[in-house]
Design a protein around this ligand. Sequence first.
Ligand code: 5AD
Ligand code: SF4
Ligand code: FES
Length: 346
Amino acid sequence: NMAPLIHKAAAAHYLTRDELELILNDDGCNDALFRAADKVRRQYVGDEVHLRGLIEFSNICRQNCCYCGLRRDNPHVRRYRLAEDTIVDFAAKAASYGYRTVVLQSGEDEYFTVERICSVVRRIKEFGLAITLSIGEKSFAEYQAYREAGADRYLLRIETTDRQLYEDLDPGMELANRVRCLDDLRTLGYEVGTGCLVGLPGQTMASLADDILYFRALDADMIGIGPFIPHPDTPLAAAKGGDVILSMKVMALIRLLLPYSNIPATTAMETLHPNGRILALQSGANVVMPNVTEGEYRQWYQLYPGKICVNDTPAHCRSCITGKIAAIGRPVATTHGFRQRNSSHN
Ligand code: 5AD
Ligand code: SF4
Ligand code: FES
């Protein structure tokens, strides 16, 4: 019976690694866990759902992550990078839809030098938007330059805190450097977003418990969780893939342990379940990231197969998601949606 542990987590915002593992292994407690996370979400960050417009501005990547469809060794991807003016236009469109944040996401594309990124950031800041960058591992000096240009937040998932697994699945990358990046971002005053994949081959419940405790130790401002979805053109094509329920359990536990954090209902969850984002919003999440990339680019930004919205327009996604949010009685926020209180729960 996990009820006492769930109550403890909801009140004290802490569980040990062993306790987290017990809950992750017990599927009888799922509904109680989701209800507890929904309640903590309402108490700490309220009912408002924050919409962040996602611009996928380049699918060119120097890295070779074994799970990702955009890895450099995949020759079947039609590669693109958007012109600076196009990125700025998409951001203006996002602002006109009432979105208060844009997320600029890409592979690790070296064409986008620090000067180019800073120029785009400065131009988009003129629209009064909060800017989240999600462009990978960079030096302290680069992160500092983006910050000075006006970037507010940065997303860099740790993917997994299991060093062996990380370094097996991300050839040429080091877990220590990823941790260094997140520490640098924190030092520079960014709102720091991270997260992990659920269901990687060889990943254990204990390792997921460690991921959750890492997010808490970092006092992450945003945490995005998604199931791993095998991509046919990667070395993990034949892998089993993640489970949407387990992903939601990890997400719900994160809400209990980091009650003030911003947690997205991720696209990968909806890819595996037709109502995945709404179920996530009712199990701890308070953010959705509708795609505002226009035209055919969306279908070329396939981190994983079956990604939703690839044939939809930004306007369609906006009415789709706002309709679904209204249908569960939740308001769409009109503020920038910065993290509500900067308290650490140690
Ligand atoms: N399935 C699910 N998520 C994936 N990502 C990359 N490849 C996959 C996949 N096959 C996620 C990573 C990355 C984010 C942008 O997309 O966690 O950080
Ligand atoms: Fe590149 Fe990111 Fe995909 Fe890794 S997950 S290959 S860094 S786009
Ligand atoms: Fe894109 Fe529903 S959010 S179609």
